[in-house]
Design a protein around this ligand. Structure first.
Ligand code: DC
Length: 237
């Protein structure tokens, strides 16, 4: 019998390496990886392009009604890429202009309702790894494995700066540090679904771990959780 498929929820601060871990796990397990932050970034891109006034609820509602998001798997990047109204916007959503606005947009209740409903729909098939800020607390409170990731701020700044340079974008180390600190603050202090560690989440501080060590550690957690599901499945078959 095939191993039961579980839901893996990964939450944590900006640039902790959540997406790297999520992608590795999905590839190893044959699961679908969904980057929930990409949805908030794509909504932000739409708002910026269309001059939506964030303080005007009617404008926000009407804009959300015109947004269709979907993911398509890109095998060459081992990643699902996000489409905003059928346009692949992966290369725009990581810009600093988007990063500077996204936490403000993600704090809007209607935006969260819009994104969370779609995320929960995607989880129905199970066999999913999703990363974000409220995945273990709000989106999938019943996820079989919840991970809360942290890493030292200095390390996170360096990682994000390297990503920015690799993708040929502008920005100094100071810009990145300021942006990360600001996003962590807003994400943790907003009223709607703030970043919190779920009570049953396992903490992963990867400041001193290589990618391989991190993956090995988490795969052991996954196998333990999958094994817990197996007897339940056997009872039903
Ligand atoms: O993971 P990221 O840096 O791409 O996320 C972009 C922003 O979206 C981040 O500042 C917080 C927000 N976000 C959120 O509020 N809830 C999520 N589940 C994912 C991201």
């Amino acid at each position: 019998m095939a191993a039961p498929k579980i839901i893996i929820a990964i939450d944590g601060y900006s640039s902790c390496g959540k997406s790297t871990l999520a992608r590795q796990l999905a590839a190893q397990l044959g699961y679908n990886y969904i980057d929930s932050g990409a949805m908030y970034r794509a909504v932000t891109l739409y708002f910026l392009r269309n001059g939506v006034d964030l303080s005007n609820p009617a404008q926000v509602d009407s804009a959300l009604g015109s947004i269709h998001l979907h993911f398509e798997y890109n095998a060459s990047r081992s990643k699902s890429e996000i489409f905003l109204n059928d346009e692949n916007v992966e290369r725009f959503i990581r810009d600093l202009i988007v990063a500077e606005k996204v936490s403000e947009v993600a704090a809007i209740r209607e935006v969260r309702k819009f994104a969370v409903a779609q995320q929960q729909q995607m989880g129905k098939k199970r066999g999913i790894v999703m990363d974000g800020r409220d995945i273990g607390t709000v989106v999938f409170p019943d996820a079989e494995l919840k991970i809360f990731m942290t890493a030292d701020l200095e390390i996170r700044v360096k990682r994000r700066f390297e990503e920015l340079c690799e993708s040929g974008q502008e920005g100094t180390l100071e810009d990145v540090q300021h942006n990360l600190a600001m996003r962590d603050y807003i994400d943790s202090n907003r009223e709607e679904s703030p970043l919190r560690q779920a009570a049953d989440a396992l903490i992963l501080d990867n400041s001193g771990l290589s990618r391989e060590e991190q993956l090995e550690k988490v795969l052991a957690w996954v196998h333990e959780r999958v094994a817990k599901q197996q007897p339940l499945l056997n009872k039903l078959s």
